[in-house]
Design a protein around this ligand. Structure first.
Ligand SMILES: [Zn+2]
Length: 305
């Protein structure tokens, strides 16, 4: 199907003024070829009330939102759609405090959970890995003190950064929090983020050695920070942008256990920053939101628990 999305907030509010309109849009993205029974794969169904479909094959009552991140939500879809609009159309996204205020939600937790559910939809399964020439480095995020010397820290989270070269500029990026800077952690990150055969540029630290299946270029950095940013300019630029975003939009109020999901959100917008239309990002996120499994609140609060 052709990609169909609103272009301005006013378009969005007119077009998605009712839950019914939102449901129809979700239906078209979830079942682009028409209804498909999740139980018996039959293609015919009768529309019932509240977005339910009665399968003509097995009489199963399928719901447009069941099995997606919208499942069991007490929030009207019109509010979900506006939240998705703000997350995708504002350059820096929005914080839970702002979403609570703009959407007039009763509690901070509701806003917080809404944004976290959307973050779960920002990583597309089977997405393309980076390729060509890619810079890789580590950085520390969080904690209150700046200018900590050395690679060990108690208060900060360690984040691996990969940034693809695009001429003089930056192509796509990947970010991931790791517990420790080890060869195994680097190998795992690189395998998930970068196509084999790519050229990987890192500093001279030994954890970046021995990456099988990749061409490795180690640039040797002397102890001046100025040189690090010249030799691996892209990863350094990305690291400083991410930190500024966490401190600015989110006031630095991100716990280490949730950091990966914020990194996913940052990556989602960054990798689509050159997209001609913000409406297209809206479309992508809704499309991915009907493809990911529901995320109950407790798995949001304790993601690894
Ligand atoms: Zn069926």
């Amino acid at each position: 199907m052709s990609e169909d999305y609103p272009c301005k907030l006013l378009d969005l509010e007119r077009r998605f003024a009712t839950d019914q309109a939102c449901r129809e849009y979700l239906f078209s993205l979830r079942w682009p070829q028409g209804f498909f029974c999740p139980r018996c794969e039959h293609r015919q169904a009768w529309a019932m009330k509240r977005g339910l479909w009665l399968c003509a094959g097995c009489r199963y009552q399928a719901s447009t939102t069941a099995g997606t991140i919208f499942q069991d939500s007490r929030l009207p879809l019109t509010l979900w759609f506006r939240a998705i609009w703000y997350v995708t159309s504002l350059k820096n996204g929005v914080s839970a405090v702002t979403v609570q205020r703009i959407l007039e939600l009763g509690s901070y937790q509701t806003a917080w959970a809404l944004l976290h559910k959307l973050r779960r939809a920002m990583v597309r399964p089977g997405r393309d890995r980076l390729g060509g020439r890619v810079e890789v480095d580590e950085t520390y995020v969080g904690g209150l003190e700046e200018g900590v010397i050395g690679r060990l820290t108690q208060d900060k989270s360690l984040v691996l950064v990969a940034a693809q070269e695009d001429g003089e500029g930056i192509g796509r990026i990947r970010l991931r929090k790791v517990e420790q800077l080890t060869r195994a952690a680097v190998r795992d990150f690189v395998a998930g983020a970068i196509e084999p055969g790519s050229v990987i540029r890192t500093d001279g630290l030994n954890v970046y050695e021995g990456l099988e299946g990749y061409k490795h270029e180690a640039v040797v950095i002397k102890r001046q920070p100025a040189e690090a940013s010249t030799l691996l300019p892209r990863v350094h630029r990305v690291a400083s942008l991410v930190k500024r975003w966490l401190l600015g939009t989110h006031q630095g109020a991100v716990q280490g256990t949730h950091l990966d999901y914020y990194l996913d959100e940052y990556t989602f917008r960054f990798n689509r920053r050159k997209s001609a239309s913000r409406g297209k990002l809206f479309y992508r996120l809704v499309q991915q939101a009907v493809q990911v499994e529901p995320k109950p609140y407790k798995t949001l609060v304790h993601p690894k628990g």
